[in-house]
Design a binder for this molecule. Structure first.
Ligand SMILES: [Zn+2]
Length: 122
């Protein structure tokens, strides 16, 4: 069927279930973008899996609850800091790497993709 959205999960409420502690959580996808199959569980740090796909419900003007987690586009300010952390890890842990920290960072930052999902908590 033709959809005006690029992604099936656009603006959907989606259920995730923790495979370790069993906790379930409803996240909202705030944009027409991809969402991960697995996310972290805030309760036990295990992995939560998208479940009950058929129950995904599209609500374009959904207003999240306080404390609810929401998917947004990758914020560049976050990505820059994340790349600095990753560059440092590479510099310190990858043997034989002679690149400067700045060069490693410059390479990482070129991989920025705004449409990647990022989770915020309201
Ligand atoms: Zn859990």
């Amino acid at each position: 069927m033709e959809s005006k959205y690029k992604h099936a999960e656009a603006y959907c409420l989606m259920k995730y279930k923790c495979e370790k502690c069993g906790k379930t959580e409803i996240l909202w996808n705030s944009r027409d973008g991809v969402t991960p199959f697995m996310i972290n569980c805030e309760k036990c740090d295990g992995h939560m899996q998208h479940t009950d796909w058929n129950e995904d419900k599209r609500i374009i003007n959904y207003i999240p609850k306080i404390g609810q987690r929401v998917f947004i586009d990758m914020p560049f300010d976050y990505y820059k800091i994340y790349c600095r952390v990753r560059a440092k890890m590479i510099k310190e842990n990858v043997e034989g790497n002679t690149d400067t920290l700045q060069k490693i960072y410059n390479n990482l930052i070129t991989e920025y993709n705004k449409k990647e999902p990022y989770i915020i908590k309201i």
